[in-house]
Every structure is written in structure tokens, then in C-alpha cells.
Design a protein around this ligand. Structure first.
Ligand code: FE
Length: 232
């Protein structure tokens, strides 16, 4: 064993010379012990691709790092939640957001790829809005971050249009019978932001406290905002 290599106690003791290390071979015990030093298969493949692209000069590792940092820490549903909280707190902003979301978002400093043309739709006691991309997975990234896996699934994309109330039930949402469900189909040109109804009991909360009530799913329309005092 070359100096500097990580050696797992016992590993490799019973292998024939030249045989693959046990960590590379299929085996049927759990993998939460120290000899599973290799990353998962997709992670390994991503790392391999990144190495090749970097070696060929096709990507800049610093740029990749900046993109990952942006979507891990800066862009996410907390941005959309700030927008919704402001709309709840400020009727003038709400009207401006519903009339021209791009301008209202730009005024808040919110913009970016996959968010060039946003349309905000407000829930009312009469209408509940829900967003899907039936074609693929168009989604307002600058407001909500990267779409969740279910948003991209065939099942959600097909059923959201055909049986929205059944889909909502799967998410634990039951709406009054007399509240119409309106489904908006995102496209490459238009992304939708649902402005949920301000929850009861939230009078007097400031924008930061209001934002904490706004969930990602409530801005897609597959959920409702939290009520003040409920667990996050
Ligand atoms: Fe799409």
C-alpha cells in the first residue's frame, strides 16, 4: 500500500493479488462504515465530467463553484417568500406585482436566468392558483431556486392539469368546494408565482415574520402558507 493512501482496517486482507479492492466490488452489507470512501455513482460521474471539462479548458472551476454557491445559498424560496411577504404587507406593492411582476421584482433587485418574464397570480377565497409545466419543468428560478424533483415528474405534469384537486390532496391540501382551482402552464417564456392568501392570525407581523410563513409549495400552489405559531 503506497504511503498516504487511506487504509481501512481489515479491508483487502483476503483479496487475491491484483483483484479489485473490496470497496469497488458489489457486496451486500451496509455502507455506513469507513471503507465506503468512494462517492456515490452519480457524484463520481459528475466529478469525472468536471475534471475532463476542466482539463480541456471548457469550463472554469471557479465559475462552476460560483454557480453552485449561488443556487445553494443565495437563490431559493426565501427570495420568493420576501416578495410575497411584501405583497401581504403593502397593498400598493401587491397591486404593482400583479400588474407587472417583472418591474416590481426588478425594483426589489430580484432578477436572473429563468425568471425573465414572471406573472404573479394571487389566490383569493374564490380562486386557488397552481403552477405546472406540462412540457418540461419551467420554473421561476430566481424566486424559488431549483425545482423540486416532483415538479419535474411525469405524474405531476400530467395530473396537475387533469385532476388538480386529487394532486392537492396528495400534498395534504383540501380546498373549499366553491374555490375554483386554476392551473397555469409555465412555458419557456412565462413563469408564474402564486401569491397565497395571507394566513389568519398574521396581523401585526412584520415582513420578516410574514416571510417565514411563506413556503415554497405555497408559491407553486401545491401548498398553503403556515399559520403563525405552527412549526416550520
Ligand atoms: Fe418547462
Amino acid at each position: 500500500m503506497a504511503p498516504g493512501k487511506v487504509v481501512t482496517p481489515g479491508a483487502g486482507l483476503d483479496k487475491a493479488p491484483g483483484a479489485p479492492h473490496p470497496a469497488l466490488m458489489p457486496h451486500d452489507h451496509s455502507h455506513d462504515h469507513p471503507h465506503s470512501l468512494l462517492p456515490s455513482d452519480p457524484a463520481l460521474r459528475v466529478k469525472a465530467l468536471e475534471s475532463i471539462l476542466t482539463a480541456k479548458g471548457l469550463v472554469d472551476p471557479a465559475a462552476l463553484g460560483a454557480i453552485i454557491e449561488t443556487y445553494q445559498h443565495k437563490v431559493g424560496p426565501q427570495v420568493g417568500a420576501r416578495v410575497v411577504a411584501r405583497a401581504w404587507a403593502d397593498a400598493g406593492f401587491a397591486a404593482a406585482l400583479l400588474a407587472d411582476a417583472d418591474a416590481a421584482l426588478a425594483a426589489m433587485g430580484v432578477s436572473g436566468r429563468q425568471g425573465e418574464h414572471v406573472v404573479a397570480v394571487a389566490n383569493t377565497p374564490q380562486v386557488h392558483n397552481m403552477v405546472v409545466c406540462t412540457l418540461c419543468s419551467c420554473y421561476p428560478w430566481p424566486l424559488l431556486g431549483i425545482p423540486p424533483g416532483w415538479y419535474k415528474s411525469d405524474a405531476y405534469r400530467a395530473r396537475a392539469v387533469r385532476e388538480p384537486r386529487a394532486v392537492l390532496a396528495d400534498f395534504g391540501v383540501t380546498l373549499p368546494e366553491d374555490q375554483t382551482v386554476r392551473v397555469w402552464d409555465s412555458t419557456a417564456e412565462v413563469r408564474y408565482l402564486v401569491v397565497p392568501m395571507r394566513p389568519e392570525g398574521s396581523a401585526g407581523l412584520d415582513e420578516a415574520a410574514l416571510a417565514a410563513l411563506v413556503t415554497r409549495d405555497s408559491m407553486i400552489g401545491t401548498g398553503l402558507p403556515r399559520r403563525p405559531g405552527s412549526a416550520p
